[in-house]
Design a protein around this ligand. Structure first.
Ligand code: GTP
Ligand code: MG
Length: 226
């Protein structure tokens, strides 16, 4: 059960921050697998996953994995200029959602997770999402990147479907890709991100690394507004 994963560690971080739960906003290009990622964590279908080429998620939805973590599914960018503007506004509104404690105002979302597809299709839209929407409105050190669809990163080649793991060739490729995305994000957006993890929401591969990325990067303090 992933709802128990890292419980003690998360709890002690949150106690230090004096918040509960940790709010994680999940963003990324349409079709990158945001909703699938939530289904992977919850081990059941909680969020509707797209089937064809059409974007699926149109609104913000919050799901509580446990008392200590809540995930916000969001619509993906790359859905045409008109919809991107509407969806972009929803993302920005969420980034500016606040709560007040002892007369001080804090940002509701603690961490933003940007999901990228292993095939690297549409990195341009990912950079646009970062540059136009996220980076100007959110602290750079609270932005995490994860690479989904590890199984099809090499067009399904080198994925061992018996063990549901990459073989050594694909593993090398994914490692290389993680470094390269870290570098490219720096060049394209100016922010320094932690080396992304890679995982497969479809096959539940590397879920623990995915959660570790979040758990190991829980901020020390409540988020002040930018
Ligand atoms: N092979 C593979 N396919 C995946 C994986 N994760 C998601 N998909 C597929 O990618 C498509 C899009 O997945 P969604 O979870 O709906 O993507 P999304 O990011 O929520 O998309 P929007 O809601 O449109 O923004 C679906 O057909 C999923 O089955 C994965 O790890 N591997
Ligand atoms: Mg979705």
């Amino acid at each position: 059960m992933y709802s128990d994963y890292g419980f003690n560690k998360i709890t002690s971080h949150l106690n230090a921050m004096q918040i509960r739960p940790l709010d994680v906003m999940v963003t990324g290009v349409t079709g990158s697998g945001k909703s699938s990622t939530l289904n992977m964590l919850f081990e059941k279908t909680i969020a509707k996953v797209g089937t064809g080429v059409d974007p699926e998620t149109m609104d913000l939805n919050a799901y509580r994995l446990s008392d200590i973590m809540r995930f916000w599914d969001t619509p993906g960018l790359g859905d045409g200029v008109y919809n991107d503007r509407i969806h972009g506004k929803k993302l920005i509104d969420l980034m500016y959602k606040t709560y007040t404690i002892d007369n001080a105002e804090y940002g509701f979302i603690d961490i933003i997770l940007v999901i990228i597809e292993g095939s690297n299709r549409d990195m341009g839209t990912t950079y646009k999402l970062l540059n136009d929407i996220i980076v100007p409105n959110f602290q750079g050190d609270r932005i995490l990147v994860a690479i989904n669809q590890a199984d099809v990163a090499m067009k399904s080649r080198h994925w061992d479907s018996e063990s549901n793991m990459p073989d050594s060739v694909l593993l090398d490729f994914l490692e290389e890709q993680a470094f390269s995305i870290q570098k490219r994000v720096k060049e394209a957006t100016g922010i320094s991100i932690i080396k992304p993890v890679y995982y497969s929401a479809l096959y539940g591969y590397n879920v623990e690394s995915f959660l570790d990325l979040i758990i190991n990067n829980i901020p020390k303090q409540k988020r002040s507004l930018v």
